[in-house]
Structures are given as C-alpha cells and as structure tokens.
Design a protein around this ligand. Structure first.
Ligand code: PPE
Length: 288
C-alpha cells in the first residue's frame, strides 16, 4: 500500500501511522461501518474528485439505513475530502483512491450499537488497476459464485456497510482459489446481482444490458456508464440477466470505482465473445 502523509480523522489531519483505533471498537466486533470508495483523477489542473457529491450522499444514505448518526454534514465531508488531498498533494503523482469510513468506536460492548461513539476517517492513496493492468486491458476470468448475494430479506444492499462485504470476501476468495480473478454473484432467484465489488454489464446484439439494483448497491459507475452509453447512442436495457445469457453474450464487463470498466473474457470456463476486451467495452472505457 502506498502511504501518504495524512489521514483525516474526526476533524483533524493526523499522520498516516497515527490513524489508529481501540481494539474494542464496536465496528471491529460487529461489522457496522459505512464507507465509500471514490477516485480522484490527475488532470492538467491537478487532482479532480470524480462524483464527490454523489459519493458523500451515498455515505450519508448508508449511515441512515444502518442507524448511524453522522457527526458531519454533506458539506463538511466534501470539504474534508478536499482538505486531505490538498495536504497530501506532494505524495500524489497519479490517480488517487479515497476511502472515507464512518465507524463505531470504543465505549460499549454487546450487539446494540446505538450508544457507541461515531468516528469518521478519510484516507487517500494512489491505487492502480483494481483487477490488474492485464485485466483492464485484456479482460479477466470470472467464476459464478456458490454464494448468493446478500438477499434483501436478510441484508440491505443499498447501504455500503462493512458487514455486507463478508459475502463479497468469501465469493472473491472462492473465485481466486479456483484460479479466477473475480466472482459473479447471483441473487436468491438465480439472476445476476453483481461482482464482489462491481456492477455487471453484458452486450448482446449491439445492446447494453445491466441488471436492476434490486439486491445491490446503487452504483455510481454503473449510472455513469449508462449515461455515457446514452450520450453515445448505444441502446441500453436494465433488466434481469441469467448466467447462461452471459455465456452467449458478445461482450461482458464489470464497473466500479476501483475496477473502473474491466472487461470479462471468460465466465465459468466459457469464453465470452472473442475472448478479449470487446469493441463496445473499449469504446466505453475510452469515454469513461
Ligand atoms: N457493488 C459492490 C458490492 C461494490 O462494492 C461496488 C464498489 C460497486 C458495486 C460499484 O459501485 P460504484 O463504485 O459506486 O460504481 N466497490 C468499491 C469497493 C472495492 C473494494 O475492494 O474495497 C469500489 O469500487 O470502490
């Protein structure tokens, strides 16, 4: 991990190594913390945060869903992001990934979280291609997970909450241990939900298809990709997809803040399309 000088923690900039927390922090035991992944891109004018307002809005929405009272407003969090990137500017030479997290600290034990103190920290570091340079250029190998994506009857996928990622982590581990790069999780009805940390798209007969967000995060990169497709005159459909439809798709790709647009070249040992990054995928990558 590429460290930078400061981390923003509860209103102050603290040295990276000092942004620590107590071992009895509530979140560490019960998994209730909400977070975001946001990117800042290096432009000619310096770093520019992509969709900052949308990411902070989602962070506050996640907090609302899981009953964490945010100590900060939308505006305060926006300012904090900018303050942090400014303070660390000499450490950044390329694109930066920003990870704000709102978590429950030390003070109470037991499952009930309402009386636990709420802290917010923001870290930002340079992070390259999430699924590898080769992955983003030539596509990745994916496995349909044996784990069902957290069903809405049990979990709340619209909250970007740490606990939801145990499901992602087990799916990812299974995929990696089977020699694949990423997992594709189906919902409890057997339709494609999302990747362990990405949304999913296919291309069939010149049309872009992505599942609705019934069980999943409301993805900012998915929304951006849909917007780009509309601008480019590509027909787009938001409907359910089955795994066998993916096998016979012309192209497939994942989208996410970390993953950006990553082509999928294989699912469950079936080669997708020409087995490389598809033409429409490449066009969308370029536009993105
Ligand atoms: N689904 C899940 C489960 C998910 O975690 C992400 C983002 C998405 C969809 C795409 O959402 P968006 O970033 O708004 O387009 N995953 C974040 C965390 C990755 C990680 O390993 O940590 C991310 O991409 O930042």
């Amino acid at each position: 991990m590429k460290e930078s000088q400061y981390i923003w923690k509860d209103g102050k900039l603290v040295p990276w190594a000092e942004a620590t927390t107590h071992i009895l922090s509530h979140t560490l035991h019960y998994g209730n913390a909400v977070f975001e992944g946001t990117r800042a891109y290096m432009t000619k004018k310096g770093l520019a945060i992509f969709r900052l307002k949308e990411h902070i809005r989602r962070l506050l929405d996640s907090a609302k869903i899981v009953c964490i009272k945010s100590p900060y407003t939308q505006e305060e969090l926006e300012k904090a992001h900018i303050e942090l990137l400014r303070a660390n500017r000499n450490d950044y030479h390329g694109n930066v990934y920003i990870r704000p997290i709102m978590y429950l600290g030390y003070g109470v034990m037991g499952v009930s979280h309402i009386n636990a103190p709420v802290s917010v920290a923001i870290a930002a570091w340079e992070w390259g291609a999430y699924l590898g340079e080769d992955g983003i250029n030539n596509g990745i190998k994916v496995k349909t997970s044996s784990f069902v994506r957290n069903p809405t009857k049990a979990m709340m996928g619209k909250a970007k909450v740490a606990a939801n990622y145990l499901n992602s982590q087990m799916a990812k581990h299974e995929a990696l241990s089977c020699g694949c790069d990423e997992a594709l999780l189906l919902d409890d009805n057997g339709f494609v939900a999302e990747g362990s940390g990405e949304c999913f798209f296919i291309v069939r007969n010149g049309k872009l298809v992505t599942p609705p967000y019934d069980n999943t995060l409301e993805s900012i990169t998915q929304a951006t990709t849909i917007e780009l497709a509309r601008d480019m005159g590509i027909p787009i459909e938001q409907r359910r997809i089955t795994r066998d439809e993916v096998y016979i798709a012309d192209e497939a790709f994942f989208t996410g803040t970390a993953a950006e647009i990553t082509p999928v070249r294989e699912l469950d040992a079936r080669v997708i399309g020409n087995g490389k990054a598809g033409e429409m995928t490449k066009k969308l990558q370029e536009a993105f």
